[in-house]
Design a protein around this ligand. Structure first.
Ligand SMILES: Nc1ncnc2c1ncn2[C@@H]1O[C@H](COP(=O)(O)OP(=O)(O)OP(=O)(O)O)[C@@H](O)[C@H]1O
Ligand SMILES: [Mg+2]
Length: 242
C-alpha cells in the first residue's frame, strides 16, 4: 500500500532522513519508534506532502506521492494527524471537522451538492468520539488536551483516509487519556484503516502495532514484528527503560 524507498529529506542544507525505506500493507498498524530528534516528524511531513523530499520515492497504491502537494496527498487517501494536534483554536469543533472535510467541499461538486457524504462522515466521527458531539459549538481552543487530540483525529478522518499517519498522539496526555486514544487507534485499525504511528511512548506503540520500525538519526536501524522488538535487548534499553 505504502512503499517508501530510499527517502532523503531535510531542511535546506541539513539532511535529516537518510536513505529511509519502509512499507505499510493494507489494514496494517505499523509503529515508528525513535527518540527526540530522530526524524519521525520529518518523515510524517514528507509522507503527507508538507515537506518535499530531496530524493527517493513514496509510492501509495502504485502512485508516486513524493512530488504532490499536501492537498493532493489527502485526496489520494493519506491523512496526517500532526504532532501537537494543531486544531484551529478560535473555530468551533464543528468548523474544525468541516475543514477536514474540504476534500468533499472543495473543489465544490456542483452535481452532487456540497454536502455529499459530509453528514455520514460527521456521524462516524461523533459516534467514535461522543465527547466531541457534546462540544460541537465550543471553540476548539477550550478543549482539554485529550479532546483536542480526538478532534485532530476526527478532522483527519473527515477526509476518509485509507492510511492514517499519527504523529505522537500521546504527547502530553495523562495515562488514562493515552489509553483511550490508543483504544481508538485500535478500533480504527479494526475498521480497516491502515495506520502509521510515530511515538516516543514506545511501550504503548509496540503494544498497539503489529509491526514496527526503529528510527535513529534519520535512518531505520531496526524493523520487526512488535513482539520481537519488545524482546530485543537494544530496544528495551533504549526505548523501554529496562
Ligand atoms: N524546520 C526545521 N529546520 C531545521 N531543522 C529542523 C526543522 N525541523 C526539524 N529539524 C531538525 O530535524 C531533526 C529531526 O526532527 P524531527 O522533528 O523530525 O524529530 P522527531 O523524531 O519528530 O522528534 P520528537 O520526538 O521530538 O518529535 C532534529 O534535529 C530537528 O532539530
Ligand atoms: Mg516529532
Amino acid at each position: 500500500m505504502l512503499e517508501v524507498m530510499g527517502l532523503n529529506a531535510g531542511y535546506g542544507e541539513i539532511q535529516i532522513l537518510r536513505d529511509l525505506s519502509l512499507t505499510v500493507e493494507p489494514g496494517e498498524c505499523v509503529c515508528l519508534v525513535g527518540a527526540n530528534g530522530a526524524g519521525k516528524t520529518t518523515l510524517m511531513r514528507s509522507l503527507s506532502g508538507l515537506l518535499r523530499p530531496v530524493g527517493g520515492s513514496i509510492r501509495f497504491d502504485g502512485q508516486e506521492l513524493a512530488r504532490l502537494s499536501a492537498h493532493d496527498v489527502v485526496t489520494r487517501g493519506v491523512a496526517l494527524v500532526p504532532e501537537g494536534r494543531r486544531v484551529f483554536g478560535p473555530l468551533t469543533v464543528r468548523d474544525n471537522l468541516e475543514m477536514g472535510a474540504f476534500r468533499h467541499l472543495w473543489p465544490p461538486n456542483k452535481e452532487k451538492g456540497r454536502h455529499d457524504g459530509f453528514g455520514r462522515d460527521l456521524e462516524f466521527v461523533l459516534t467514535l468520539f461522543p465527547r466531541l458531539r457534546e462540544r460541537l459549538q465550543q471553540p476548539a481552543g477550550t478543549l482539554s488536551g485529550g479532546e483536542q487530540q480526538m478532534l485532530a483525529i476526527g478532522r483527519a478522518l473527515m477526509t476518509r483516509p485509507k492510511l492514517l499517519l499519527l504523529d505522537e498522539p500521546s504527547m502530553g496526555l495523562a495515562p488514562l487519556v493515552v489509553k483511550e486514544i490508543f483504544a481508538t487507534i485500535r478500533a480504527l485499525n479494526a475498521e480497516g484503516i491502515a495506520i502509521l504511528l510515530a511515538e516516543q511512548n514506545a511501550r504503548m506503540a509496540l503494544r498497539t502495532a503489529s509491526r514496527g520500525y526503529v528510527i535513529a538519526e534519520g535512518r531505520i536501524v531496526n524493523s520487526a514484528d512488535t513482539a520481537a522488538l519488545q524482546r530485543d535487548p537494544a530496544v528495551q534499553e533504549a526505548y523501554l527503560g529496562f
